[in-house]
Design a protein around this ligand. Sequence first.
Ligand code: ATP
Ligand code: ZN
Length: 477
Amino acid sequence: MSNTEEQKEIAHLRSLLKDKEDEIARLKLLIGTAGLPEIDKEDPSGRTPTAARHGHLTKDEVSRYSRQLILPQVGVEGQKQLANSSVLILGAGGLGCPAAIYLAAAGVGHVGVVDYDVVEVSNLHRQIMHREASVGVSKAASLAQAVRSLNSRVRVTVHDVQLDGSNAMDMVSGYDVALDCSDNPATRYLINDACVLAGRPLISGSALRWEGQLTVYNYRDGPCYRCLYPTPPNPQFVTNCSDGGVIGAVPGLIGTLQAMETIKLLLAEVKPDTSNHCRIGPSFSGRLLVFDGESAMFRTVSLRPKQLDCAVCASPQTRTINRVQDVDYALFCGRGPHDKDEGLRILKGEDRVTASEFRNVVQQSLEMERRPYLLIDVRPHLETSICSLPDSVNVPFENLEERVDELKELVNRHLARKDAGQSPLSVYVVCRRGNNSQLAVERMRTLLPADWPVVIKDIVGGLQAWAEQVDPLFPIY
Ligand SMILES: Nc1ncnc2c1ncn2[C@@H]1O[C@H](COP(=O)(O)OP(=O)(O)OP(=O)(O)O)[C@@H](O)[C@H]1O
Ligand SMILES: [Zn+2]
């Protein structure tokens, strides 16, 4: 190495050393006048005698959290606050996965995960802490495992149960703050009421299709979920990811923001340090963040304030809900306490065939080499390109009225066919899970002339039942 090169190298090393000294000086300032605790190499816990006496952070903690520790809004007090905090995550799905993992990574001391369900293959595109090997395993246990493997310092409690009126108060009271990462109105009302009655803030997220929402309920004087929605939505208009679809990154983003709001909320509890003006707190109490991934637009909407006549957060003298155990949340919302309810039951038994019965119909027609029936698939056109039964004709449920002439023509053609068999003509209606097919049967009965020799039935459980009962190779989506 030439002399000039050597001098350049020395100058570079000096500047690196200076950077390190500056960083140490900054950390010392943050940690306080006591400075960085000396590390006692004999102490296997890594906690120094000084740290043990003064409750400072261990060497490992300083290293692990260093990148957030040097933020003025966090510092040692903030980090200790996170370590002393507990967070309940309701739902280990698309929102719960990123929320839990960022909170654990940030050093929240205790994370509770509630979910009654097991991991399914269709969860993996967005519920990113579950693995292929976890299919069939409890979602709460699978997420807990991911949290532990990221940060073994975090205490994780698995609640492999359905949150309901009998356990909600105990569960919520056991934590400082709750995150609603669930997906159905009954659970949203339940966790809201439990949080209000237990005096806990609730960080609420939702995601569907390309859109996500985030808000904070019951924080200080802010409104609760019931203040905004005193009556539940009509169950007919409630859609979940399974029916409506979702882009995985949307819950990824909203769940991450839920973690961020939680961290800010927890840091807000750190005693004000007069020398440090970096106060922090949640941004979305009384405000709603709406994200539209399709247009990449973020909007913030101001929400109505806390309502004096709210059924749950009004004063104890005026509120009508005093115990969650007394409320039938499923009944209140007009459907079951989770989104995996049994389907609609509109048609009578004689107006329906099971998937296995329909298989026999198909079988007979193959043996007879003629098809004495008509099969109408009422799913949206896009879904029929994923999978469909042979010989089905697609007339989407939404278009039945406007395509009535086409429908009549179709039925007429079948009635006129030589191979149509004995009158009346059997028309079978199929959809994805057997809900819209029932509605479609009712609608078609009014659309087709009453004197036509036609018997219209639907297939119970739709194509999902076909896949389960008849053809295991038929895709389920
Ligand atoms: N009352 C409840 N108690 C416990 N877990 C709940 C409750 N309500 C909803 N959940 C859970 O919340 C999670 C919501 O996540 P998400 O909507 O991403 O998943 P999913 O319901 O499995 O999705 P999909 O609709 O695609 O089947 C689910 O894992 C669900 O089991
Ligand atoms: Zn309220």
